[in-house]
Ligand binder design. Structure first.
Ligand SMILES: [Zn+2]
Length: 159
């Protein structure tokens, strides 16, 4: 086993023991997105570039998702959104809890036969549910929760 492989195995082991959720700021497009620290793919969900800076790290995916949503919200409505998120409308991927928006359900409704979801299909489902969440914020959150595989800009596959 060469040194590089050893290092990789250690990284995998660390990832299993402790997953952190990394919020990155894309340099070309200026948007934030979340990735698991285990994810090898650090490309932006919005423009597919890989130049970025890490802006925060979180132990819980829902904290990463909040940081992403807040970052991608214009400053003038950020406070309002923060209050709204704190109150009732968290996206939630844990199946045991029921909240306003059940992330798993949205994804399963938005996916086609091959498990492909797009910005548009998710937006249609969110609109049907009369959710105020945008499909972009929703997909950021789903991605931060490790639910999606990036295919190309605007297109993901369910994991
Ligand atoms: Zn970008």
């Amino acid at each position: 086993m060469d040194f590089e492989q050893l290092l990789n195995n250690l990284r995998v082991l660390n990832g299993i023991m402790e997953t952190t959720w990394v919020v990155r700021l894309c340099t070309p497009c200026g948007r934030a997105y979340g990735k698991s620290s285990r994810s090898k793919d650090i490309r932006c969900l919005h423009c597919n570039h890989s130049e970025n800076e890490i802006i925060s790290r979180h132990n819980k995916p829902e904290d990463a998702q909040k940081a992403v949503t807040l970052h991608n919200t214009p400053p003038e409505i950020r406070d309002e959104l923060q209050q709204w998120m704190d109150k009732s409308a968290e996206l939630d991927f844990r199946p045991s809890r029921t909240r306003n928006v059940d992330g798993e359900r949205v994804l399963s409704l938005a996916a086609d036969n091959e498990g492909i979801v797009t910005l548009e299909s998710v937006q249609m489902v969110l609109d049907q549910m009369r959710s105020k969440i945008t499909s972009e914020n929703f997909l950021d959150a789903a991605n931060a929760a490790g639910e999606l595989l990036f295919i190309e800009p605007g297109v993901w596959r369910l994991l």
